[in-house]
Design a protein around this ligand. Structure first.
Ligand SMILES: [Cu+2]
Length: 123
């Protein structure tokens, strides 16, 4: 019984921690606490999209995440007092993807499945 309660608490707190998709998050432009950044990534497929959105949604200060595969642009809504554009781009490179002019962390990139690496055509 204790285990079940613990599990429920764990799942619940993860749900709280994880950021929303852009639609879920009612982003009020006037609310100065938040800012939006668009980052060009090297994502090539659905798996990349899922991986980046999942990992970035747990990144500190991130409130909403969405990656457009056609443009490879990752849109993030974040709390200005918790993180910076620079930190968010670094986080993307650590997942293994380029972030604007920042090059992907080589080790992280090499750990990605072959179909997600930079030398493949978008698919
Ligand atoms: Cu991929």
């Amino acid at each position: 019984m204790k285990k079940i309660v613990l599990l429920i608490i764990t799942v619940f707190s993860f749900t709280l921690l994880q950021a929303n998709t852009l639609e879920e998050f009612n982003y009020d432009e006037k609310e100065s606490k938040y800012d939006t950044v668009k980052i060009k990534t090297s994502a090539v497929c659905k798996m990349c999209k899922e991986r980046i959105e999942h990992d970035m949604s747990f990144e500190k200060g991130v409130k909403a995440v969405e990656l457009d595969l056609e443009t490879q642009v990752l849109t993030l809504v974040y709390r200005k007092d918790k993180t910076t554009e620079e930190d968010l781009k670094i986080a993307v490179t650590k997942i293994g993807y380029d972030a604007d002019d920042m090059v992907a962390d080589q080790k992280a990139h090499d750990r990605l499945p072959g179909c997600c690496q930079k030398d493949v055509e978008p698919h």
